[in-house]
Structures are given as structure tokens and as C-alpha cells.
Design a binder for this molecule. Sequence first.
Ligand code: SF4
Length: 289
Amino acid sequence: MALNSMREIFRQMEQERLAFWEVVLAYDVEERQVSPEESKAKMLLTWQAMQDAADAYTGQRRSVSGLVGGDGMKMRQYNLRGESMLGEYVSSVIAEALSMAESNACMRRIVAAPTAGACGVLPAVLLPLELTQRQVLEALYTASGIGAVIASRASIAGASGGCQAEIGTASAMAAGALVAIRGGSGAQIGHAVAMALKNLMGLICDPVAGLVEVPCVKRNVIGAVNAISAADMAMAGIQSRIGVDEVIEAMGQVGRRMPVEFRETALGGLAATPTGKAVKERMQKAQNR
Ligand code: SF4
């Protein structure tokens, strides 16, 4: 068995009468030649590392360029003052996404999901929820399976597929995970993944000065909020008109045809603005000192 299409996971679900996450668990057991208990124990360690990273955030650290740091704390305080225009859950998700992505930019320990640049999306939608251990496993195996399929059929790296491949994939993983813990069907997980990916298709990778700071930290927020809306649409019975594997293929094609300036080279988009160039120059001067 290989996790190279959503259709294959759906087929296994039907054939073996398993939930989506259980198919992914079975794959991990087979692939790594471990017991289900060993596989689950490793997944729970991953969850612990996500929780530890969130707990370690203080808002005090600044990134190497000085452009990033403290916004997660600003958002937490804004939420505490009851000023957010969003409900409690979504405003907490925004604060978590900012905090985790800032922690990455500030060289703290995070969990790449699927990459370090997009590390804030998946934990952000899960951490504010009070999840049972079973729900944590459901969410993380579902997300892993989705990430594996996208890595196999398209790309999960900004350098090869643009930010749609990195934040887009993280958003799709988070959307599927949310549907799984809400008790959605395999089909609903597929629709959530498709809608999350479609909404971010074409997003370029344009990190200022080549640092995973600007616009990366705030893109984690849009990935997380997009995931919630895609999951809610799927749970409401709304369907993607384009099948999920076709959407993944299309994302891969867009990525392959994306000009090199928009694939992590810091030669286009926000990196090529006067401000972006000035930051790069300042960083180069500092390095040469
Ligand atoms: S802009 Fe590029 S480096 Fe930044 S999060 Fe997106 S893919 Fe990653």
C-alpha cells in the first residue's frame, strides 16, 4: 500500500471498514515495521512537542532580521481584552498560528507540519480545542495522510511549488484533521482538503531577504483560518466541484509552471519590493561586518 492518492485511502476505508486515520496508521505500521502502539506513541510525542512549543512562547524573542516577534503575544492580549471581531475559537487560532510561526522564525523548537515555514497552521487549529487522546490521534494521522498524498502527487515545498504547496498543504492537512475530529466521513475530509487547497492555489513563495519571516508568519494565520472555513463548509455538506485528487494534481501543475522568482528565491513578489530589497541589503551589510 502507498499513500499516493486520496482515492486509494477512500478505497481502503471501504474495503477494510476503517476510518481515514486508521488507514494512515496501518500504512505507518507497515512502512516503518512498528506496532500500532509504537506508532501511536510516536505520534503522541509529536503532539507533546507541539504543546511544548506553544507553552514556551513568551513573545520576547525577535528573529534574525528583527522583523518578526511579539505579534503572537499582541494577538493573545487583544483576545483577552475581548476586542477580537471573531469568536473565541478563531481568535485563539490566530494567536496560536502567529506564536508558532514566530517561534520558528526565532529558531525555537517546533514541529514541521509539513514544513517548518508552515509549522503554525496545524497546531493552531488543534491546540485551542480540548481534545481527547483519541481525537489527537485521529487529527494527526489524518493530517499526516493528507500531507503524504500531496507530497507524492504534487509538492509540499515552497522551493518547488510556491507557498500554495507549503501553506496550502498545511491548510489542507488542518482542514482534514478538523473534519476527522468532528466525525466527518472520508468524502467530507476529501472535500475539505480540496476546498482548502483551491482557496490558496497560485500563492507564491516570496520570503523577504530569503528568511522564513515575512510574509511567512502571517501566512500561517491565513492557512489556519482557511482550514476552519473549508472544514466547516465540508461539515455543512458543501462539496468541491473538482475532485480532491484532481485539485492536488492541478496544484502540482501550477507549482511546476510557477516562475523561479516565485519559488523561494527571494527574487519576486514581496521580496522584490523596495522595502524587501532594503531589508536584504541591511542583512547583507550586517553579515559582511
Ligand atoms: S512564503 Fe515561502 S518560505 Fe514563506 S511560508 Fe510560504 S512557502 Fe514557506
